[in-house]
Structures are given as C-alpha cells and as structure tokens.
Design a protein around this ligand. Structure first.
Ligand code: UDP
Length: 242
C-alpha cells in the first residue's frame, strides 16, 4: 500500500490511487475526531468495523438497486471503490430527533419525526459544515436543481433500505450522513462510508438512553465502552445480513 500514490488523507480515511484506472483504495483509520476535529482520539478496531460495516451495507444497497462506489473489501480495513468526484455536500437523513436537530430546534431527543427529514450541509471544515437553505443551495450551484432532486430521492430510498436492514439487526437508525460523487460516466453514485462514525444507531433491545448508544456519540459524549459498542454493531450487522 505504501507504494501507492496517496490522493487524500481525511480525519478517518486515506484514499490511494490503485493499479487500476478509475479505482481507488480506501484505508479506514482508527483515528477519531469530533466537533470539527477539536476533540481527537483513537478507537481501537474502528477502522476494521467501519470498513466491514460499510462493505456489507453498500452490498445490501446495491442489491436493492442503489448505485454505490463499492467494489471489494480487500482487507479488514481496506476497500476498493470506484473513483468518483465527490460532491461537496453532506446529505443528512433523520428519522428521530438527536444531535444538532435537538440543539438547534429545541425538539426533544428521541422525538420520532412525522416523516424523514433530508438536510444538506456544505462539506467545508473551514466554514464548520454549515446547514444550507434551499436558496443557498441554489445560489452556490454545487449541483443543478435536477441533481438536487436525485440526491434527495436517493437519500430517502437509502433510508428506507437501511431502516429495514438495521431493524433486522435490532438496531434503530436514528440519523445518518451520506456523501455522493460523480462516477467516470457522470452518474451520481453513493460514496464515502456508512458506519457507526456516520450514523446514530441505538440498540433496540436496550431502553436506557445512554446504554443504547452504539455509535460515535459514545466518543463525542465520553460515555466509555466505545470499542464494545462498535464491535456490537459489527457483529449484529455481520450475523444478521438479509
Ligand atoms: N455526521 C457525520 N459527519 C459530520 C456531521 C454529521 O457523519 O461531519 C453524522 C452524525 O454522525 C449523525 C448525523 O450525521 O449521524 C447528523 O449529525 P448532526 O447534524 O446531528 O451533528 P452533530 O450533533 O453530530 O454535531
């Protein structure tokens, strides 16, 4: 891997150019950050969990007709993916109020939303990934109105498929963040990762509001037992694949 050209190093992943044209290799790190990298740490085994969980979920979504960048998991923390040009938007889908939605609207944590909420944030660390209004999305013209509609439809469809998958694992899908990119033909496909770093996942068999948290909120809120929570997600997702 060290001989491969490093294209990009982010907070949780490194992307390399592979020997194949139009194929990148993604390496998932154990490094963890929160609050726009103001809090830093390591979650042992996180890279392997996030890579494996993402691989399984991308394959599930592909089987349901959602195009993704996933090609093959080549090691516990390495994945081959189609080369894409990432669209600099973070697409968040919410089923239950948590995180910034509760902080910024006053909705009570755990409120079940009447319908899934799709939100677009600008992917820009220097600006703190601000939430965009429809008018700002149109002003910035990162995507066309037609592409925006495709992103919204794909996000809602992915939510339905992921909810079904996680329900089978006795996990409640509270909210999650997606990233999309343009493939070599200009099609919009799902990229990045879907993991306990990018989703809020609650253990549906647990009623205690802290014990049920199986995602990066354990790190954000210093709740402890972070590794155990990530491993629980991995084993449920691996064992209960549909
Ligand atoms: N999220 C993410 N990366 C980000 C911001 C959010 O993966 O840079 C995920 C987060 O894990 C959660 C969802 O998107 O599952 C919604 O996050 P929220 O807006 O509530 O932000 P937070 O409360 O984490 O600041």
């Amino acid at each position: 891997m060290s001989q491969l050209e490093k294209l990009y190093e982010g907070k949780a992943k490194i992307v390399y150019r592979s020997q194949e044209p139009d194929v990148f290799l993604t390496y998932f790190k154990d490094d963890a950050t929160a609050f726009n990298a103001q809090k830093k740490g390591t979650i042992t085994g996180k890279g392997e969990v996030n890579c494996t969980v993402s691989a399984i979920l991308f394959q599930w979504l592909e089987s349901q007709g959602i195009p993704t960048h996933y090609l093959e998991q080549t090691a516990p923390n390495e994945m081959l993916v189609k080369a894409v040009k990432i669209i600099p938007l973070e697409v968040v889908v919410r089923n239950i109020a948590a995180g910034s939605l509760t902080r910024e609207t006053g909705l009570e944590l755990g409120t079940i939303l009447p319908q899934p909420l799709v939100e677009f944030y600008l992917k820009n660390d220097a600006l703190g990934d601000p939430l965009l209004t429809r008018d700002r999305l149109s002003l910035l013209a990162i995507v066309t109105p037609e592409q925006l509609e495709i992103l919204e439809k794909m996000a809602l469809s992915i939510n339905q498929h992921l909810q079904k998958f996680f329900l089978n694992c006795e996990i409640t899908l509270v909210d999650f963040k997606l990233e999309f990119g343009f493939d070599s033909k200009g099609n919009i496909i799902l990229a990045d990762e879907i993991s306990p770093d990018t989703c809020r996942l609650w253990d549906a068999t647990e009623s205690d509001p802290q014990a049920r948290i199986l995602d990066k909120d354990r790190f954000r809120q210093d709740l402890g037992a972070i590794e155990a929570a990530y491993q629980k997600v991995r084993s449920r997702v691996t064992d209960k694949q549909i």
